[in-house]
Design a binder for this molecule. Structure first.
Ligand code: SAH
Length: 360
């Protein structure tokens, strides 16, 4: 565990159960106090030690001196006509991240960011145009869920978590896996792994590691092309991890029973939406337990592509379905507030709010 320099309170938000136990034992307390602390911070969303009423008063006072519970600060909230909500948060260093809440047919899904910006520069994604600013810490990833839980309307309950916001979760592997562990832990936020999905552009070594982690969250892969020439152009990381390697890793991935991999395929007019592209995709996915989400491209000024026509989208879907592949067309939510897939980007030159919510 990283303890901050002497004299400075160490931030407990983001620490795993084992780390919190070690922290508390290091302060001469029994390990079960660590479990209580872990549950207060994540399971009950406590932001102060004072509210932890089943801890001895003396311990609460000691913790208040020697530790802190960091939080991201809500800077703005926008509501789409379709009910999706986009949240802008300021981190302790003033960097900003976006999180989206999507109500959909009885489900309430939170779309989490894992990085400020993104290094992978996919040709059609606005976050990519920001470039990579920094990784989020595990506490900042978890805190997006805690903050949204605080902002729910009566009767609302978050049902699903998807790591599909800003950033590439597997590029920030350690913090992401730690955050997932906390989100899924029964004493933590207690989201069942089958209700959590991680989306990756296809970082092969980290896909293998994730499979070995035993986390059992759902895995989605942003594919967008079924041949290397095209994928190299759309998803530059394909030059490092070409389709053959990616698909081999996915074939070997230890899928829990009754689960399927998800492939995301953004449909771009006259780029990857022709019948032969669909037929290549059928060949590529043969024998994989999977489904395909077709995402009509969300257009933006800085994205040099157009969305496929409805006719082409349906023809593409038809080819997949005829080959026995489950394929759904997924219209993005929150388009009017730029909360939709690929449109999350915090401008680097925008005015920043400091951690107390003041403009600097
Ligand atoms: N880096 C990860 C996590 C981000 S998920 C990944 O790429 O999977 C964001 C999803 O939105 C990805 O499937 C991405 O390909 C998709 N996306 C990006 N730009 C888009 C756009 N302009 N329109 C529709 N979907 C887009």
């Amino acid at each position: 565990m990283e303890l901050r320099a002497a004299g400075k309170p160490s931030d407990l938000k983001g620490l795993s159960l084992e780390e919190i136990e070690r922290f508390i034992v290091g302060h001469g307390e029994p390990a079960y106090r660590g479990r209580q602390l872990f549950h207060w911070i994540y399971g009950r969303g406590a932001s102060t030690f004072a509210e932890m009423t089943d801890l001895p008063i003396a311990l609460r006072a000691k913790l208040a001196e020697q530790a802190s519970i960091g939080t991201i600060i809500l800077a703005a909230r926008e509501v789409s006509q379709d009910g999706a909500r986009k949240y802008l948060f300021s981190c302790a260093d003033g960097r900003q991240i976006e999180t989206v809440l999507i109500p959909d047919e009885g489900r309430l899904t939170v779309c989490l960011s894992t990085q400020v910006g993104c290094a992978l520069a996919c040709a059609f994604c606005l976050t990519g145009t920001m470039g990579f600013v920094r990784h989020l810490q595990s506490g900042e990833i978890v805190d997006q869920v805690l903050a949204l839980q605080r902002d729910l309307q009566p009767g609302e309950r978050i049902s699903n978590l998807v790591l599909m916001g800003m950033g590439e979760p597997l590029h920030n592997y350690d913090a992401t896996v730690k955050a997932l562990t906390i989100l899924a832990h029964p004493l933590g936020l207690a989201y069942p792994p089958r209700r959590i999905a991680l989306s990756t552009v296809g970082l092969v070594p980290e896909i293998v590691r994730l499979g070995q982690s035993g986390l059992e969250v759902n895995l989605a892969v942003s594919l967008h092309a079924a041949n290397d020439e095209l994928r190299n152009r759309l998803v530059p990381i394909n030059r490092r991890y070409p389709l053959k390697e990616l698909i081999a890793a996915l074939r070997a991935y230890p899928l829990p029973s009754r689960r399927r991999l998800t492939f995301e395929y953004v449909l771009i007019d006259e780029v990857n939406d022709r019948p032969e592209d669909a037929r290549d995709l059928v060949k590529l996915l043969r024998g994989l337990r999977c489904k395909v989400n077709l995402l009509p491209l969300n257009e933006a000024h800085a994205i040099p592509f157009r969305r496929s026509s409805r006719e082409h989208i349906e023809a593409f879907q038809h080819i997949l379905k005829s080959a026995g592949i489950v394929a759904t067309i997924r219209e993005s939510r929150g388009l009017d507030i730029s909360a939709a897939c690929g449109l999350l980007a915090t401008e680097t030159d925008q005015k920043r709010l400091d951690t107390t919510g003041r403009l600097t």
